[in-house]
Write a protein that binds this ligand. Structure first.
Ligand code: BGC
Length: 336
């Protein structure tokens, strides 16, 4: 009977400790980020570190430099350090699948963070509603320029988000192309989301069009900075609407100066904090279905998803959305 009661006690305790090697052990979360090229990834990391500290979690961080082989090696190392859960924002959504499979072989669950990991079983995806994010940009630019000659860019082909954003852009732009109101001068992806690549694309397009351009769809703030550099060289900065995304400080500065038209705020502080809290729940073996509010197809399955909302920021609402919310400092944005 005593033995039976002891077994019962163990059975009751076990589920809450699933994923934790030993009772009382400090929870170890692995965080694999693709880059720090954009300011947002730095913010994600800081938010996650602060949240991990709050819960006394040992957060092990690895940053790849836009290189999947490097990221896969880093994940091997994290797994060998005995992490209990992995938060993975892949450089290359397809190329990260092998790391997910390895983690699963070790019994470690994986949160696909911001970018979706493709072609394998993913435990949960945490991001924004990225088609909607793209629509916010497409809607804004087509309202501002319903007719005219467009330069279109999309994000890195290795990043599934780039496809989702593009789908959202085209939900608004394609009908106007079909009507003959919008003409596309050039439509190209920006390898690795690099501003210099975006600058070259816009330089080429300006040459092709003899500078007769009415709107530029840049898929994030980094690529917008490249586009604006190309415009500036032709004396066109501030004369042609340019989109962006990420609410970077430099983008906010360009918005108040009038060279960039919009950005999109995806509050990565919130995403980062929620990812840590979800990782803790997963490590404890808790049912997280209450957190799920969507499903996104990764080619293998409909991945259960936690999707946050995003918001367009322009000159008119920048104070309310970015400054009063504490996301950016007024003195940094306005330089006084
Ligand atoms: C993210 C963007 C970011 C881009 C480049 C995308 O997956 O969603 O916020 O600007 O990658 O890092």
């Amino acid at each position: 009977m005593r033995k039976f009661l002891m077994l019962m006690a163990v059975a009751l305790v076990l589920p809450t400790l699933a994923g934790l090697a030993q009772a009382g052990e400090r929870l170890k979360i692995g965080l694999a980020l693709p880059t720090q090229q954009e300011e947002r990834w730095v913010r994600d990391m800081h938010a996650m570190q602060a949240e991990a500290d709050k819960y006394n979690v040992d957060l092990r961080i690895a940053i790849a430099r836009n290189d999947q082989a490097q990221q896969n090696n880093q994940i091997d190392q994290l797994l060998s350090q005995g992490i209990h859960v992995l938060i993975l924002a892949p450089h290359d959504g397809e190329g990260a699948a092998t790391s997910v499979n390895k983690a699963h072989e070790d019994g470690i669950k994986v949160i696909s963070y911001d970018r979706l990991i493709m072609g394998t079983d993913v435990d949960v995806y945490m991001s924004f509603d990225n088609v909607r994010v793209g629509e916010l940009m497409g809607e804004w630019i087509t309202k501002r320029v319903p007719k005219g000659d467009y330069i279109l860019m999309s994000g890195a082909p290795t990043d599934n988000n780039a496809k989702l954003f593009k789908q959202g852009h085209m939900n608004f732009i394609q009908p106007l192309i079909d009507k003959g109101d919008i003409k596309v001068i050039l439509d190209q992806p920006v390898i690795d989301w690099q501003p210099a690549n975006a600058q070259r694309i816009v330089e080429n397009a300006l040459t092709l069009a003899n500078n007769k351009v009415d709107a530029i769809l840049a898929p994030n703030d980094g690529t917008a900075s490249g586009a604006i550099a190309a415009l500036r060289a032709q004396g066109l900065a501030g004369k042609i609407p340019v989109t962006g995304m990420d609410a970077e400080l430099s983008a906010a500065q360009r918005i108040v100066q009038g060279t960039q038209s919009i950005t999109v705020l995806k509050d990565t502080r919130k995403l980062g904090e929620e990812a840590i809290r979800l990782a803790i729940r997963i490590a404890k073996g808790e049912d997280i279905s209450d957190a799920i509010n969507g499903a996104v197809d990764n080619g293998t399955m409909e991945v259960s998803s936690v999707l946050l909302e995003a918001q367009v920021v322009d000159k008119d609402n920048i104070d309310a959305v970015l400054i009063e919310s504490g996301y950016l400092k007024r003195s940094d944005v306005y330089g006084n």
